[in-house]
Unconditional design. Sequence first.
Length: 388
Amino acid sequence: MTRLKVVHVVTQLELGGAQQNTLHTVRRLNRAEFEPFLLCGPGGILDAEAGRESVPVTFVSALQRAVHPFKDPAAFFQLRRAFRSLRPDIVHTHSSKAGILGRWAAWSAGVPVVLHTFHGFGFTPGQSAPVRAAYVAAERWTARISTALVAVSRANRDEALARGIGRPDQFHLIRSGVPLGPYRSLAPRREPPAGIDLRPEEKLVLTIGPFKPQKNLKDFVRAAAAVLQRRSDVKFLVVGDGEGRLRLEEDLRRRGVADRVILAGWRRDVPALLARTDVFCMTSLWEGLPRSLVEAMAAGRPCVVNAVDGCRDLIEDGVNGFLIPPRHPLSTAERLLQILSDDELSDRLGRRARETVGDEFDIDGMVRAQEDLYRVLWAARPGPASPQ
C-alpha cells in the first residue's frame, strides 16, 4: 500500500497548544498509511524535543512569527523549494504566518491537497483597523486555494465565516486535544508541587500561558490584587514566560503583590500543578481552543475565564465555570472569591467541568480525526485550485 506523504507546517515550535498538538500528530500518524514530515521556523522551545524524538523535522531558516518584508518572501520560496523536493500528497498548515505562506507555497508547488487548522487568527482585537483588515483579506484569499479548513472551536468557525473566510462546506470541526487520562484520574492534594512555596492551608489560583498581549496577564494581576485585599490565604501561580516578563514583574511590585504571585516559568508537570490548584483562571482577550483550559476542566478544577472564542465553547456560565466579559478584572476577582469561599460551589463546578470534556477532546482521537479527514480529502481531491 502506497503511503500518503503528509507535511505539517507550523511557524515555530513554541510551548503552546497548536505546536504541541502538531508535534504529537507528526509523531502519532499511522505509519502504515501516512508518511509525516514537519516544517517549521527555528528558535522554538520544543526544537530540542523534536530532535530527541526523531521527528522528521526540517527548519525553515527565514520562517518567523513577526511580519518581515524580506524574510517572509524568503520563507515562501524556502517552503516552496521544500515542497518541490518532498513532493507531498497533503500539506497541513498551522498558525497564522505558516498558514498563509505555507498554503500559497504548497499551491504554487502543485500539492494536491492543502488544508489549514485555525488555532486562532492573525487578526486580533488590539490591532488597528487597517492592519486587521489586511490580515482578514489575506485569510480570505488564502481560503480560496485551500482544499479544507479545520476549526478547533465553533466560535472560530463562525467568526471566520462571518468575515468571509472560507465556505461552510470547507470547514471541519476537530478539537485541539489533550491526553485526557492523566487529568481525568487526578485527585486533589494539598502538598505543594516541587519548587513552589506554598503552605497546605493556602489556596492556589493558577493560570498558564506565554507572556504576550493575547493572554492579558495584566488583568490577571489586577484580579489577584483585588482578591488579596480581602484574603491573605491565597497565592497565584503563573506558568509561562516571554518578552513581557519584566513588565509583569514591575506590575507585581507596583501593586505590592510580588510575594503572593509566583512566576514559575514554563513547567511540564501541569497535572501535578492542577492537582494542587483550587481555581483555574484565564484572562485572555482571544483564544482558539485553549489547551490549558481543557486540561483544567478534565482535571475537575473550577474555572473562571474570559468569555472569548473557544472559551465560550467550553464554559456555560454558572454551570461548569464562570465566564467574565474581557477587561473586567474586578468581576474576575469577585468570581474567584466566590469559589474560594464556597467548597460546595467549587466541587459542583469542578465536577460539571470534568463531565464537559468528552472523548472528542482526547489528543489521540484528534489524530484519528485528522487521519479520517486526510482520507476523505485525498479520495475527493480536485484538480489544482484557483484563487479566482
